[in-house]
Design a protein. Structure first.
Length: 214
């Protein structure tokens, strides 16, 4: 399957569904050979945009929860990204999440200089935006959904995927402002996995930079 940085989920089951999918994606005036299902799949992989799902598995990342506490709960189904190689260690101090196409700082340890700790919302934002690391200068502060995507609900203390090093039990600022109270922004707690709204001027969180991988 073609690697677009983000994985492509393509899973129609019949020849007709493949033809319909191609019809939706093929630019006007382009003629494609639709002789076999194998050829149709190859053509779909060429045309399908990153993270575009056609009748395939859920493209959202799994939560990490593998234990089922009740029938039909999250651990019962374990829906989500199924590729075993979800994260790629880029060997340059960064990690790429193949499910979301986001690149993260690998080492969250205190004193390494790539993560800001114990700061306000604006300090965390300024730190992330001003970071020059691993040859990239387009870092930013993750929104709440992006930050949530690397929280492992199958772990605890900290609830962050094990590929990340030096994670401390501290709130992480997101770039997401509270809709009704714009003086507040959301943080995620590395210990409990819960999100909270805090005053942007309180020095209570860390800044974890993120960028979109090429």
């Amino acid at each position: 399957m073609t690697d677009f940085g983000r994985r492509v989920a393509v899973g129609p089951t019949t020849h007709e569904e493949l033809c319909d999918a191609l019809a939706l994606l093929t630019p006007p005036g382009v003629c494609l050979d639709r002789a076999t299902e194998t050829e149709l799949c190859d053509q779909l992989e060429t045309l399908t945009p990153p993270a575009y799902c056609l009748g395939g598995p859920n493209i959202l990342p799994k939560t990490g929860q593998t234990i089922s506490h009740e029938d039909h709960d999250d651990g019962y189904y374990e829906r989500g990204w199924t590729d075993t190689e979800r994260f790629t260690d880029n060997e340059d101090g960064t990690v790429t999440d193949n499910a979301t196409g986001l690149m993260w700082i690998k080492d969250w340890g205190l004193g390494v200089g790539h993560i800001m700790t114990g700061g306000t919302y604006h300090q965390a934002m300024a730190f992330a935006v001003g970071l020059d690391f691993a040859g990239h200068q387009d870092w930013t502060l993750p929104n709440l959904m992006e930050l949530n995507s690397i929280w492992d609900r199958g772990a605890s203390a900290p609830m962050v995927y094990a590929i990340f090093d030096g994670v401390v039990w501290i709130n992480s600022w997101s770039s997401t402002t509270h809709f009704g109270l714009p003086a507040l922004a959301y943080l995620l707690d590395c210990f409990t996995g819960l999100s909270y709204e805090y005053d942007k001027t309180w020095p209570v969180g860390q800044g974890v930079p993120v960028r979109t991988a090429e």
